[in-house]
Design a protein around this ligand. Sequence first.
Ligand code: NAD
Ligand code: COI
Length: 330
Amino acid sequence: MKFIAFAVREEEQPYFASWSQATGIEVELHKDIITPENVALIQGFDAVIGLQADQYPDELFAQMEESGIKVLAIRNVGVDNIHLDVAKKHHVTITNVPAYSPNAIAEFSITQLLQLLRRTAEFNARMERDDYRWTPLIGKEIRSLTIGVIGTGRIGQVAIDIYRGFGAKVIAYDPYQNPTLAQQGIYVSDLADLYQQADVITLHLPATPENYHMLNEKTFAQMKDGVYIINTARGSLIDTQALVDAVKKGKVAGAALDTYENELQIFNYDLGQTGVQDPLFVEMKAMPQIIMTPHIAFYTETAVENMVKIALASALSVIETGTAETLVLN
Ligand code: NAD
Ligand code: COI
């Protein structure tokens, strides 16, 4: 048995090596993502271990079937970049790593809210100009705010715990309510209710066709004036142009975006030579009320180690038993 892994970064290599040593299973490592151009490499392997925000092209699955690949084990949570119906048609089992570290993402979302509330980007910009004045960049404290959490799955629940630690009032919406949180009375009846009450809206739900652009001109209009938006989930949840317009009007006081709907070919690339050709992205980067990060909420030592080890164990489990705890599609 042998596996092939794509998009392997340097810091992941020791985790692959120690797993191979412990199991005796060879894993061939490649630094590029899997594409139609390099998919021929998978010939002779039993499992593909992937990681990418880019779409997995449909034609890869026909190639996987032809090459006898039994499982595509992705090292991340989101499966919105895979056409599962196509994978199914080609009998490729898929596993993910649903909980490599919900804390990593939850903590990062709160880090970004703190940056917005204490206006650190604006103070840093002033310091660059040798301007050390305080006014008018006064901050806000989390405990004085109502936090609206959309999506109370693994990451949303950790975020709720942290916000409660700060002493904030937390409200939430999820069509599938967590019984413990429901008992605590955290849920509002619908999203409109959350939009009306929340000072901060933090997104912790997957990208699905139903959730596409759930934050848009119409929903921004339902929110409180001066609301803050935090998105560490997926870019397609927000109509970004509508967000920029809402910030310009002062409806939205600040937004922290770790994901952006057109992030492919930008995030995780060094564009130092060419710059970014996306005018909306360039505009947002220049706006002090919007802070952006290149899809790094997941990026901690704990998370990366778990992503590698759990993906490999999932692939092995599928091959040995036909299933895995982390099964997305069989
Ligand atoms: P999860 O599946 O545990 O929880 C998602 C929750 O969202 C579920 O409870 C679901 O019922 C809820 N939901 C679905 N549609 C909803 C809607 N319309 N309104 C309200 N709630 C809705 O997932 P998770 O582990 O908490 O991850 C959430 C998302 O975070 C992932 O899907 C992924 O897109 C994103 N993510 C981002 C990073 C990053 O580095 N930025 C890392 C990991 C995950
Ligand atoms: C996820 O795990 O879903 C992420 O967003 C992380 C990224 C490396 C794809």
